[in-house]
Design a protein around this ligand. Structure first.
Ligand code: HSE
Length: 428
């Protein structure tokens, strides 16, 4: 048996503890699969004495993750601290500069600094692997970089934040408001320390930007992701969309168009009977489309001790086996800057309006839509008891600027009450 692969682990939260458990419980299996022992040499976290339910007494303790990253008795720096800057980035840079490979679960750091870190790693002859940063236990980074490497990828889409999917599906199943389910998710400990990372779409946007880079051979471009969170999604829209045969999801979509790279993380409608439409609770789903393979659907836990540790270990095992892959699937120095598409591709939209219940109201709405070049696919006016009439419209495909023009113009008529709600319907 050859030399052990020696790890230093920074961050002993849920994921770090999960990694330690796998290594402690499955030493023989890991060695059999890689041909060498996988050993933890040192660990680092905020508090040494906290009871984490695992025995760390056999590992050296380091208060400072940067110092640990520089140790000359580790081969791989496992970064599980999180945070886009600060100690995570400093320690990752120190690890690369002192000749270590890096395995990280840190989507924020890579979404912002991924290009610079990947270039530094390449120059130093080291690798950075980040399977655990995207969709928890789903091996989507490996699928894109390895299994689908022969494809021209046309689209990457999916639900990449379990907390948002929990909130949206729970609103529907329990008939609760956004605020009520947000509080429930908070009590259950589902939300990040900064909840806006989840409900503002930022966490999922980081993940999408990382997948885009691999899929389209562009430099990771988080600022190019059009972001909109789920805070404005109402139970009324969830119910109305359901009546029309749709579900509302915080959906990430990345595709290379003739107009440039389009990246969106926004609430969208998807068909209720599609795999994405049927995704319940805190689960993630990533759909990959390639010219040779067609469509692949991957579903699994997007967070949690076991699933995320599983992804970290997949990367550790690759390094132990001597498999060395560029961070984003090709040489970082050769990645082009993403040319951003100025507007999203045309799509059908769901429109919800409240109309004054008087003669000619629908005619005025139809006239605004017609003026904006929007064709109606379906329309429904539900029964109502008052003087307002709730109206649902599904449009044919329309360009985003035309849709915006209509949404701006509708409230200026004397028949539309309040602000219309418009949500994109994603083709699946
Ligand atoms: N907070 C994320 C989620 C997990 O709810 O999916 C970490 O990215």
């Amino acid at each position: 048996m050859t030399d052990p692969l020696r790890l230093g682990i920074a961050g002993l939260g849920t994921v770090g503890v999960g990694v330690i458990k796998i290594i402690q419980q499955r030493a023989n299996l890991l060695a059999a699969r890689t041909g060498r022992p996988v050993q933890i040499v040192a660990v680092s976290a905020r508090s040494k004495d906290k009871d984490r339910g695992v025995d760390i007494s056999g590992y050296d303790w380091e208060d400072d993750p940067v110092a640990m990253a520089k140790r000359n008795d580790i081969d791989v720096f496992v970064e599980l601290m999180g945070g886009e800057d600060g100690p995570a980035k400093a320690a990752t840079e120190a690890a690369i500069a002192t000749g270590k490979d890096v395995v990280t679960a840190n989507k924020a750091m890579l979404a912002i600094h991924g290009q610079a870190l990947a270039e530094a790693a390449e120059e130093a002859g080291r690798v950075i692997r980040f399977e655990a940063a995207v969709a928890g236990g789903i091996p989507v980074v490996k699928a894109l970089t390895e299994g689908l490497a022969g494809n021209q990828v046309s689209r990457v889409l999916g639900v990449m934040n379990g907390t948002c999917n929990y909130i949206l599906t729970r609103m529907q199943s329990a008939g609760l408001s956004y605020d009520e389910v947000f509080e429930e998710a908070n009590q259950l400990g589902y939300l990040e320390a900064d909840p806006n990372l989840d409900v503002g779409g930022i966490d999922a946007g980081h993940k999408l930007a990382l997948l885009s880079s691999i899929a389209f051979g562009t430099q990771v471009d988080f600022d190019g992701v059009a972001l909109e969170g789920i805070g404005q999604v109402t139970i009324e829209d969830i119910n109305q969309a359901a009546e029309l045969g749709f579900r509302i999801k915080l959906l990430g979509v990345a595709r290379m168009t003739g107009r440039g790279l389009e990246q969106r993380m926004t609430p969208c409608l998807v068909p209720a009977d599609s795999p994405l439409g049927q995704l319940e609770g805190g689960t993630n789903m990533v759909v990959l489309e390639g010219d040779a393979v067609g469509q692949i659907v991957m579903r699994g836990a997007g967070a949690g001790e076991g699933p995320t540790a599983s992804a970290v270990m997949g990367d550790v095992m690759d390094i132990a086996r001597g498999f060395r892959l560029s961070t984003f699937g090709q040489a970082a120095a050769g990645l082009e800057k993403a040319n951003r598409a100025a507007v999203a591709a045309a799509a059908p939209y769901y429109l919800r309006l409240t109309l004054a219940d008087k003669p000619g109201a629908l005619a005025k709405v139809a006239s605004v839509l017609s003026d904006c070049g929007i064709s109606i696919d379906r329309m429904r006016q539900r029964s109502h008891g008052g003087t307002d009439a709730p109206v649902l419209i599904v449009t044919h495909k329309v360009a985003a600027p035309n849709l915006k023009a209509a949404v701006d113009a509708l409230p200026t008529t004397d028949v539309v009450i309040g602000q219309p709600v418009a949500l994109r319907i994603e083709d699946l």
